[in-house]
Design a protein around this ligand. Structure first.
Ligand SMILES: [Zn+2]
Length: 184
């Protein structure tokens, strides 16, 4: 591949600077090579992707997405919470998306947690969080539950094209989850 245009720039150092300093520095290099793509805020592919925040999941690379193609909504687990419904509602009603793709993954951190996490938090800080941990044991069932929450939301305009997948962090492959197969 071609040589990056910034080879003369000082290497990004983590010594005596925070990780955020490093990211800000990287941004100056990014901006130096950036040209305004002149894009509209409406995603080109009219799709919103809801995914886990997992660091091993590079959504754009894994799904062949380009800048401007989609909305990406991420949280711990890729769980469809009220706030995800909020984002999807804005995505569909204000910014024209029509399809929803859910991406959970193998080896998710939520598989090793339970709702005890909340109780332990309460013991430690004296206040119980209002949110559920949304821990799970069966990733397929968790995807089905997320699909169901999207499909049954009264706020969304488009619930016909809602599909759910599990991304394998060791192979990079997606496996589609059949919404009709209930786990026993
Ligand atoms: Zn995860």
């Amino acid at each position: 591949m071609s040589t990056p245009p910034h080879t003369s720039a000082a290497p990004i150092s983590t010594e005596s600077s925070t990780v955020t300093d490093r990211l800000v520095k990287a941004n100056t290099q990014y901006a130096a090579g950036f040209t305004d793509p002149g894009m509209d805020a409406r995603p080109v592919l009219h799709v919103a992707v809801v995914a886990c925040m997992d660091a091993r999941l590079d959504l754009h690379a894994a799904l062949g997405l380009e800048l401007g193609d989609c909305h990406t909504i991420r949280n711990a687990g890729g769980v469809v919470t009220d706030d995800v419904i909020r984002s999807l509602t804005i995505s569909q009603r204000a910014l024209g998306t029509r399809s929803v793709m859910l991406v959970h993954h193998t080896n998710c951190g939520l598989e090793s947690l339970t709702e005890d996490f909340r109780h332990e938090l309460e013991d430690e800080v004296g206040q119980r969080p209002a949110w559920a941990v949304e821990a799970f044991r069966d990733v397929d069932q968790d995807v089905r539950q997320s699909m169901q929450r999207v499909r049954t939301s009264p706020f969304l305009l488009h619930t016909e094209d809602v599909r759910g997948f599990v991304f394998d962090v060791t192979t990079g492959l997606l496996r589609e989850i059949d919404p009709a197969t209930a786990a026993e």
